[in-house]
Design a protein around this ligand. Structure first.
Ligand SMILES: Cc1cc2nc3c(=O)[nH]c(=O)nc-3n(C[C@H](O)[C@H](O)[C@H](O)COP(=O)(O)OP(=O)(O)OC[C@H]3O[C@@H](n4cnc5c(N)ncnc54)[C@H](O)[C@@H]3O)c2cc1C
Length: 417
């Protein structure tokens, strides 16, 4: 028997499909407004993905300028109707204390579980809310008195309004799914093909051979076939046996994907000067105006090597500055070649990692048919769509959850009437 069973009946004022960030926020608001909520969650528990966000710390929103893709104007409209101050007030009222690290907002406990708990516990305690797990919605049907939602296990639920908050296909092991897309398409909504976003880059194997497991601070510059810089970020790069990842790399995956789609041969250059103390370790996306060709720190690296050569034998020049694996890769090179490599370590990008590794999915239901003031479908009155299932994806750093919370609050408020 599914967990959290409350009233035996399958009728409510509102059905919410998906117990993730957006669906839980919507359920809280509707519950606070006295509505009887049926929350249908496909997996065995709600908030599975939420628990993994921000490396288990949950970067729950971004306090800086919004950075959205897909339908950025729609995202800004949603945030105009539900600004982040309102999202903050919502969490504050639930009892969540938060702390900012620059523009990134986290729970003060640095535990994603704290965010899930302030949402889930009031819902679990409310006699008006029934959370049904193991309930994968496979059909939404319009009836004379509202909607009936059928689940894969054969159970059906009825209510005058439905909120679709089923997320997207990124990271299926953490509850990512595309199962609601065909259901929404059958109701007339247009699907923009989902694809992985904020994901790692697959590189030529030889480029990363022997470096697996390393985390190195670097400035990453992505170039096109002609060697022109397209985008750059700074942060920590994680090496695997098939390529690289880390927030700064994931932020370049959209541009790398676009280059690959155009048949270009993108290359990622890592400026490893931060390892030598020649550049600060920062975490940022480099603004377009600051883009520079890879290798600009080459002279500084060579000067650093030359200075060290005054008191260290050639074979020990990099000892103590570079991890051994990288050190081994550079052994035997001339100082000029070493400097060239450290200032612009080249990786040929041959692909993107798939949904299994992506933080979000780009694509989804076209928000052109959704009212950003209410999240109500323009095609099916009484049906609301929110969160990652829409064709909006944000940059790393809390933008995606902010969009999910804001849409969930709007949908919950308006569906509750
Ligand atoms: C590893 C990782 C780390 C991340 N870290 C951050 C971060 O720190 N900050 C940030 O802003 N964003 C982060 N994100 C992105 C963020 O988690 C998502 O954008 C956000 O959770 C989307 O919220 P949602 O409610 O739309 O979907 P989800 O949170 O994915 O919830 C959707 C829910 O619907 C359920 N469901 C799916 N289909 C059905 C169906 N047919 N019937 C019933 N239920 C269904 C799913 O099981 C799931 O529980 C991260 C993502 C990943 C994978």
């Amino acid at each position: 028997m599914p967990t959290s069973m409350r009233p035996a009946e399958n009728k409510g004022d509102l059905i919410i499909i998906g117990g993730g960030a957006s669906g839980l926020a919507a359920a809280c608001i509707a519950m606070q407004r006295g509505k009887r909520v049926l929350l249908l969650e496909a997996r065995d528990r709600v908030g599975k993905k939420l628990l993994a966000t921000g490396n288990g710390r949950c970067n729950l929103m971004n306090m800086g300028a919004p950075v959205y893709f897909g339908h950025p104007r729609f995202a800004l409209e949603v945030l105009r109707h539900c600004p982040r101050e309102e999202v903050l007030r919502f969490f504050d009222a639930l009892g969540l204390t938060t702390v900012a690290e620059g523009d990134l907002l986290y729970p003060a406990s640095m535990q994603a579980a704290a965010v899930l708990d302030v949402l889930r516990l009031p819902l679990a305690d409310s006699p008006r809310v029934r959370m049904v797990t193991g309930a994968e919605a496979v059909d939404i049907r319009r009836e004379a008195s509202g909607f009936s939602v059928r689940c894969a296990n054969g159970d059906s639920y009825m209510a005058p309004a439905v909120i679709a908050a089923a997320g997207g296909p990124a990271q299926p092991r953490l509850s990512g799914s595309d199962s609601l897309f065909p259901v929404l398409e059958a109701l007339g909504h247009r699907l923009i093909a989902p694809r992985p976003a904020l994901t790692g880059l697959v590189t030529q194997k030889g480029d990363v051979r022997g470096l697996k497991g390393m985390r190195l601070p670097a400035r990453c510059t992505l170039t096109d076939s002609a060697g022109r810089p397209v985008a750059a970020t700074e942060g920590e790069v994680l090496f695997a046996d098939d390529g690289v990842s880390g927030v700064c790399v994931m932020q370049l995956s959209r541009d790398a994907g676009a280059l690959l789609e155009r048949g270009e041969k993108p290359r990622l250059y890592l400026d490893l000067s931060p390892l030598l103390g020649l550049m600060p370790r920062r975490m940022r996306r480099v603004p377009q105006g600051e883009l520079s060709p890879p290798g600009e720190n080459r002279a500084a690296v060579l000067a650093w090597l030359t200075q060290r050569a005054r008191h260290l034998p050639a074979e020990r020049l990099l000892t103590g500055a570079l991890p051994r694996l990288l050190h081994d890769r550079l052994r035997g090179l001339s100082p000029a070649d070493t400097a060239a490599l450290l200032a612009a370590f080249p990786l040929d990008v041959i692909g993107l990692r798939g949904f299994d590794h992506a933080q979000v999915a780009a694509g989804g239901i076209d928000p052109a048919d959704v009212d950003p003031a209410t999240m109500q479908s323009r095609l099916v009155p009484g049906l609301y769509l929110t969160g990652e299932l829409l064709d909006v994806d944000g940059d790393c750093g809390g933008h995606n959850l902010l969009f999910a919370w804001a849409g969930g609050l709007l949908a919950g408020r308006h569906a509750a009437g």
